[in-house]
Design a protein around this ligand. Structure first.
Ligand SMILES: NC(=O)c1ccc[n+]([C@@H]2O[C@H](COP(=O)([O-])OP(=O)(O)OC[C@H]3O[C@@H](n4cnc5c(N)ncnc54)[C@H](OP(=O)(O)O)[C@@H]3O)[C@@H](O)[C@H]2O)c1
Length: 292
């Protein structure tokens, strides 16, 4: 879609986007603003957040917050209301990488942190947003989970379990708040080129964000084996879907999990399966021939 053909489908909306200092959140905040929304962005890194907000322009404000601080959700929602007078969309996008270790070796402090960032903070933010959205009888919530919430083995168990809980948080909130005209949906991305992969192995956050594309050739080596569209996703792929789900075009979509994953969770690439079918057929034919 070119800039010229894009209509401003979020005109008049006010949104909160968490985890907007980099990667997917920064792309969502920028695309929301391009589509006419005013955006309150958050994250812990003050300099990076201010820089992203400045690039977006006057429709974005950055409020530094650590979402594991229990006072942060109310402060964020109050800022959106004070600054822009309303709140139409909450995007729970902030996230931290998992720890790819066997269950027996999983540090429970890391597990607590995964739940705090991916489940407790989004739940608290939904509670705070609902205070305003329920009387307004409108609003949307987007929870950015992961294919790791649907399939084990793509990240650490802490991350996978937390993302599965986030996907169910969506359903629990949708059946409740749906009665008040509020839509709550999940976006579950497959692999997306951001700094999160380098952060997972301990890289400094700014350096990891800067080198977000460095992992692309590595993914290009192994994605074709299990992802039918072997291209690694880009933050904009998620931002475009977020705009759709926040817009009136998705008015009857509620409680759903939209995977954006090049068919990763649909099944194995047909070429992989076909090669296996051929090998199995040949082995059976050999067994049959030898049995006569
Ligand atoms: N990239 C992928 O392959 C992929 C795939 C599936 C799902 N996802 C999900 O997509 C979301 C965005 O990730 P990304 O890939 O864009 O990675 P990213 O660039 O590292 O973004 C993560 C964001 O979360 C913020 N954050 C982390 N902990 C926080 C905390 N305690 N309080 C406030 N903000 C916090 C970070 O900001 P600060 O560092 O400034 O705090 C950053 O803005 C995450 O939920 C991730 O799990 C990513």
């Amino acid at each position: 879609m070119t800039e010229q053909t894009r209509s401003r489908v979020l005109d008049g909306q006010v949104a909160i986007v968490t985890g907007a200092t980099s990667g997917i959140g920064a792309a969502i905040a920028a695309e929301f603003a391009r589509q006419g929304a005013r955006v309150v962005m958050t994250g812990r890194r003050v300099k990076d957040g201010a820089a992203v907000a400045e690039r977006i322009g006057t429709n974005a404000v950055f409020l530094p917050a650590d979402l594991t601080d229990h006072a942060a959700p109310a402060r964020l929602v109050d800022t959106a209301l004070d600054r822009f007078g309303r709140l139409d969309c909450l995007v729970n996008n902030a996230g931290i990488p998992g720890h790819p270790v066997p269950i027996a070796e999983l540090d429970l402090a890391a597990f607590d942190q995964a739940i705090a960032v991916h489940v407790r903070a989004p739940l608290a933010l939904i509670q705070q947003a609902a205070r305003h959205m329920v009387p307004q009888r409108s609003g949307t919530v987007l929870n950015v989970a992961s294919v790791s919430g649907l399939r084990a083995g793509f990240s650490g168990p802490d991350y996978s379990i937390a993302k599965a809980a986030m996907q169910h948080l969506t359903r629990c909130a949708a059946v409740d708040l749906g009665q008040s005209g509020i839509r709550v949906n999940t976006i579950s991305p497959g692999p997306i080129a951001t700094g999160i992969q380098a952060k997972a192995v301990g890289a400094d956050a700014a350096a990891a964000d800067h080198a977000a594309d460095d992992g692309v050739p590595v993914f290009a080596r192994f994605l074709p084996q299990f992802q039918p569209d072997p291209r690694i996703g880009r933050p904009q792929d998620i931002a475009d879907v977020a705009v759709f789900l926040a817009s009136d075009a998705a008015r009857h979509v509620n409680g759903q999990d939209l995977t954006v994953d090049g068919a990763l969770t649909a099944g194995r690439p047909w070429s992989t399966a076909a090669a296996e079918h051929a090998a199995i057929a040949q082995a059976i034919a050999t067994v049959k021939a030898n049995s006569h």
